[in-house]
Design a protein around this ligand. Structure first.
Ligand SMILES: C[S@@+](CC[C@H](N)C(=O)[O-])C[C@H]1O[C@@H](n2cnc3c(N)ncnc32)[C@H](O)[C@@H]1O
Length: 410
């Protein structure tokens, strides 16, 4: 068993539809970006799906600025960067496609279709458009940045999507109900915005209160979906909000199978994130190269909550003696064995299989991906986790990005 063992493609890559849908957005993103550039550009017409060399240089510089400001030093988090045309442009061409794929890869885990969608902190609305492509019946995008909303409207016009936009700023203390969007949403999304709201002391409580308000706009069976950057700090903040929401009676639709306080919060160095391998569109790959960034996977932390009082979904039935886990780490190979961290109804545990015990029944263990939900049998306690043996069976119950099969009732 080697770290280079053949890897299964993740759910989305196999279905391929989100990547194909995204490819259709690339010329629209570029056309809207070019239309918004002041002064136009002399010389031959640039390609519709790629940046010309001079454009690439300009945008890559702005991407570097955004990357430093949003993920490294974080001085832009909560700042008005979407109101600056060159940063909004860089967001549109580099981060928008990633947010789109993250949304497709998390909406696909919900047990319902997107339905009527409210996208809060939408920016130029990658989540709203992802929901539309995933079958939403209506999409409303809200943000405090008027230029970001204008860009969302331009994209909607280019794609013939009937998008509604509203200005929204929750830090002004106005309840969500005052947005005038009404209730009756099936999905309310928060894409990379929660970490930008209510900084400092009390932030987790205020963020949880906002999610509670959003849950109050849901129809029965709906979900509030939060996607956040896969950074230790923002991810741990989300886990804190998750624990507060669970304490207050909200069920987690995804990704948690464990109903107690999040075990990843016990150790400061732990956090929880998802990762899906992607083939980035050429535009994004080129920008990543030019800005010195990596983009061969999308990583995010996410949380989907049910309306208050709705029960947790029962885990799918497992054969007697089988245990269920979501894989929450990358493969951790070490001297003759492979290990992962799993998180399931009984908590977070290491799962290990020795190379000499690999057999047809447990061969799937070698190709597990972060996010897969697996059923394992014939395990024994060992150190801080469980060891599998030659008798153990390993079955992927839901690949990363797919919904869990229905359980027998909550
Ligand atoms: C990182 S962008 C995310 C955009 C998009 N949702 C996505 O996932 O790609 C964060 C967005 O949050 C918005 N935002 C930040 N603080 C806000 C506030 N106080 N009120 C409303 N929107 C806010 C910003 O304008 C920006 O559009």
């Amino acid at each position: 068993m080697s770290p280079g063992a053949p890897r299964r493609p993740c759910y989305n890559a196999r279905v391929a539809t989100p990547a194909q849908d995204l490819a259709r957005w690339i010329p629209r993103l570029l056309a809207v970006w070019r239309a918004g550039r002041r002064g136009g550009r002399p010389g031959p017409k640039p390609p519709p799906d790629r940046l010309a060399p001079d454009e690439l240089k300009d945008v890559a510089r702005a991407v570097e600025r955004l990357s430093k400001g949003l993920t490294r030093e974080r001085e832009l988090a909560g700042a008005r960067y979407m109101d600056e045309q060159h940063l909004l442009g860089a967001y549109l061409l580099f981060y928008w496609p990633t947010s789109y794929l993250q949304a497709r890869g998390t909406l696909s885990e919900l047990p319902h279709r997107p339905g009527a969608v409210l996208d809060l902190g939408s920016g130029p609305a990658p989540l709203a458009f992802a929901a539309w492509d995933a079958g939403a019946s209506s999409v409303t995008a809200c943000d405090r940045s008027a230029p970001a909303l204008a860009t969302a409207r331009a994209l909607a016009a280019a794609a013939h999507v009937p998008l509604t936009t509203k200005e929204w700023n929750p830090t002004r203390g106005r309840p969500l109900a005052e947005l005038g969007t009404g209730r009756g949403f099936d999905t309310v999304t928060f894409g990379h915005v929660l970490n930008e709201l209510f900084q400092g002391e009390g932030a987790a409580l205020r963020r949880t209160a906002l999610l509670e308000e959003a849950c109050g706009l849901l129809r029965p069976g709906g979900s509030v979906l939060v996607v956040e950057p896969a950074l230790r700090e923002t991810s741990r903040h989300l886990l804190e909000v998750r624990d507060l929401a669970v304490e207050r009676g909200y069920a987690v639709r995804a990704p948690c199978l464990f109903r107690g306080p999040c075990p990843a919060r016990l150790k400061e160095s732990d956090w929880c994130h998802a990762e899906r391998a992607i083939e980035p569109p050429p535009l994004v790959a080129e920008l990543a190269r030019a800005a010195g960034l990596r983009k061969e996977a999308v990583k995010m932390s996410y949380l989907a909550l049910a309306p208050k009082g709705e029960p947790w979904r029962a885990p799918p039935p497992t054969p007697a003696g089988a245990r269920l886990f979501r894989i929450v780490s990358e493969p951790l190979p070490s001297k003759g064995r492979l290990r992962y961290m799993g998180c399931g109804p009984e908590g977070r545990l290491g799962l290990a299989l020795q190379e000499k015990h690999v057999d047809e029944r447990n061969r799937a263990f070698e190709g597990l991906l972060r996010g897969d939900v697996v059923e394992v049998t014939a395990t024994e306690p060992s150190g801080d986790g469980l060891k599998l043996g030659p008798e153990s069976e390993v079955r992927v119950v839901a690949p990363a990005g797919a919904p869990l099969p229905e359980g027998p009732g909550a």
